[in-house]
Design a binder for this molecule. Structure first.
Ligand SMILES: Nc1ncnc2c1ncn2[C@@H]1O[C@H](COP(=O)(O)OP(=O)(O)O)[C@@H](O)[C@H]1O
Ligand SMILES: [Mg+2]
Length: 283
């Protein structure tokens, strides 16, 4: 469980808090998606989980944040990093090796994973990300999507209980973005890993998330199942969050009194709703 209790934070150089009155619980094994306008505080929220604040970026930290009962202010970064694996926004800056295999080995060796476990961990992580064939490839020869999968594999190899990913698909085309989310969700489900992912593509996020969090100007405006959040497409638009067109269409049908079910996350569900509405209109 990740728990934020009355949490506020102001960077030391800042003139005002960038996060205010955050209370949020993310259950074990949850796939939690965070979205919101640029500068709303999404990355800072993830820094409170992996300890980057206040350990690397100091400031005024109010309330508390715990991961599996570990207080992220009191715990050391070493203890936190054994629990929380992070992939930052700029993966190139995170890569330390020139070859894929070395990149995965680097973390395993640093964390003191027993030698006999290492080959299995490397293979398992590459397999989870569907990139076994990239083992010996130079990192500079990889596409953006492949690099993102390598970055994820190097963290997954460490088997953290919590994965924190900040805009993992920002540089990727729609097909690679979908692939990264699909692999990630399957891995998390099979291993009971909690995932916290910041993502601009709300359609993608809504498809995979159990819990969808909308951050606006340092506050949490919504934290609920995707269908419950997507029902507020007009309010979301005012916060700079553009819902999928299929969601907006179904919400309009609902506002017009033609449909009374939950909001939809994707085109297929919207098509079902439209069929139902048309069948009723024809009856
Ligand atoms: N290291 C830092 N020092 C001071 N201010 C920061 C720092 N990092 C981010 N900020 C400020 O905090 C606010 C929220 O930033 P951030 O969490 O990166 O938002 P998002 O990820 O939603 O774009 C912004 O106004 C940003 O300028
Ligand atoms: Mg950010």
């Amino acid at each position: 469980m990740i728990k934020f209790q009355d949490f506020s934070f102001q960077y030391r150089e800042g003139v005002a808090p960038v996060l205010r009155d955050i209370t949020l619980a993310i259950p074990d094994g949850c796939f939690c998606g965070i979205t919101g306008a640029a500068g709303s505080g999404k990355s800072t929220l993830t820094y409170a989980i992996n300890g980057i604040i206040p350990h690397c970026y100091p400031g005024d930290f109010y309330g508390n944040v715990t991961v599996e009962g570990l207080d992220t202010v009191e715990a050391s970064l070493t203890d936190l990093s054994a629990l929380v694996g992070s992939v930052c926004q700029d993966i190139d800056s995170q890569m330390v090796s020139t070859v894929v295999e070395d990149e995965i080995l680097y973390g395993l060796e640093n964390f003191g994973v027993p030698k006999e476990e290492i080959p299995g961990r490397v293979h398992g992580a590459l397999e989870a990300m569907g990139i076994v064939e990239l083992l010996s490839r130079p990192i500079e020869s990889l596409s953006g999507g492949q690099k993102q999968k390598v970055a994820l594999a190097s963290i997954i190899a460490l088997q953290p209980k919590v994965l924190v990913l900040d805009e993992p698909t920002a540089e990727l085309d729609p097909a690679s973005s979908e692939a990264v989310f699909r692999l990630l969700a399957r891995y998390a489900r099979e291993n009971g890993t909690t995932v916290v992912v910041v993502e601009q593509k709300i359609a993608l996020l809504s498809e995979y998330a159990d819990l969808l969090v909308i951050v606006d100007d340092g506050r949490i405006r919504f934290a609920d199942a995707p269908e419950a959040v997507l029902a507020h497409s007009d309010e979301l638009l005012a916060l700079g969050v553009n819902c999928p067109r299929s969601t907006t269409l179904v919400n309009r049908l609902k506002a017009a009194g033609l449909y009374s079910g939950p909001a939809v996350r994707n085109v297929a569900a919207a098509v079902d709703v439209c069929r139902e509405v048309l069948a009723r209109a024809g009856a």
